[in-house]
Design a protein around this ligand. Structure first.
Ligand code: 13P
Length: 333
């Protein structure tokens, strides 16, 4: 398949992406919250629960894996890559290596992992990955983000995306403006607009094929410490911001959930899809927490809870799919 065909399949009607690429440190935090020890076997067992959920391919087009996970197998001996392929789901891989201080700052971060990336991509391709993810984080605060932090992250995202396309895979370009803080929705709009503007400037400069990539952004939304906005306002501001910055050649935008609850992430995505404004892209999801929170809670590390946890996961996936199609309502929760 060409990268353009893979891109289209990832944003196929009614479908979106499951981000199950939590690094060892992040999954430890998730397991801590349910009192489960984060051993390699428990992480494997949890990912098996997700990937073998019967019929998940009806709602999920692709799954982002972590380096450890792409090498693991289900209990029946099949690799997780094979398990996903059998479900009709495209395997993807997180390829950034976390963050480092940006220009000596104590708060601002730059994402790292470009060194040796071309070699790692070849290995991931051979293991079956057909798309990749790189996440940059932009923090809102007093005097930040700085232009330097936005520019450096945008440049690295573009370099990553170019490498990924050269390796025959689809890059998911993720510049996440964090919800941390008490800023209002208009401040988020302004920072998201500036960030996306710079990201697309760099993507063009590096010759990245815009029809063979997906953008994974935050929604335009108030900080966690601010009063919430209505889904309609979030939808209007999000689309207005993208109309100003995201070229129409980009086939799809797959939102991260970024700390929104499962319900909020569905309500807001639904409002985005039902909004009557010009929207030249597919508008779908690439949720981590908003697809997994209640699944983790139901599982609790117990083998006899696997079936119920899978049902919960499938229900969340179905609701996110409904929101992606603009047919979600609180009645179907
Ligand atoms: P959340 O949906 O939990 O924000 O995770 C998505 C993701 O992949 C962040 O990089």
């Amino acid at each position: 398949m060409t990268i353009q065909e893979i891109t289209k399949s990832l944003v196929a009607p009614g479908k979106g992406i499951l981000a199950a690429d939590e690094s060892t440190g992040t999954i430890q935090k998730r397991f801590d919250s349910i009192g489960v020890e984060s051993t390699e076997e428990m992480r494997r067992a949890y990912r098996e629960l997700l990937f073998t959920a019967p019929g998940m391919g009806d709602y999920i087009s692709g799954v982002i894996l972590y380096d450890e996970t792409i090498r693991q197998r289900a209990s029946d001996g099949h690799t997780f890559v094979t398990v996903l392929e059998k479900q009709g789901v495209v395997p993807g891989i997180k390829v950034d290596l976390g963050t480092e201080s940006c220009d000596g700052s104590e708060i601002e971060k730059c994402t790292k992992g470009l060194e040796g990336l071309d070699e790692r991509l070849k290995e991931y391709y051979n293991l079956g990955a057909r798309f990749a993810k790189w996440r940059a984080v932009i923090t809102i605060g007093e005097g930040i983000p700085t232009d330097g932090c936005i520019a450096e992250n945008a440049k690295r995202l573009a370099q990553y995306a170019k490498y990924v396309q050269e390796a025959g895979m689809v890059p998911i370009v993720e510049p996440e403006v964090l919800m941390d803080g008490d800023h209002d929705i208009d401040r988020c709009y302004e920072v998201t607009k500036k960030t996306l503007g710079k990201v697309f400037e760099e993507l063009r400069l590096h010759g990245v094929a815009l029809d063979g990539m997906l953008l994974k952004p935050n929604m335009v939304i108030p900080g966690k410490g601010s009063p919430k906005s209505r889904p309609e306002e979030i939808a209007e501001k999000t689309i207005a911001c993208f109309i100003e910055t995201v070229p129409a050649e980009v086939p799809g935008i797959v939102f991260l959930s970024g700390g929104q609850s499962e319900k909020e992430a569905c309500e807001n995505l639904n409002a985005i899809n039902t909004l009557s404004m010009e929207k030249p892209w597919e508008l779908s999801f690439s949720y981590g927490r908003a697809l997994q929170a209640s699944t983790l809670d139901t599982w609790h590390g117990k083998e006899d809870q696997v079936g119920s946890a899978q049902e919960v996961f499938l229900h969340r996936a179905k609701l996110a799919s409904a929101a992606r199609s603009g047919i979600y309502s609180l009645d179907i929760e």
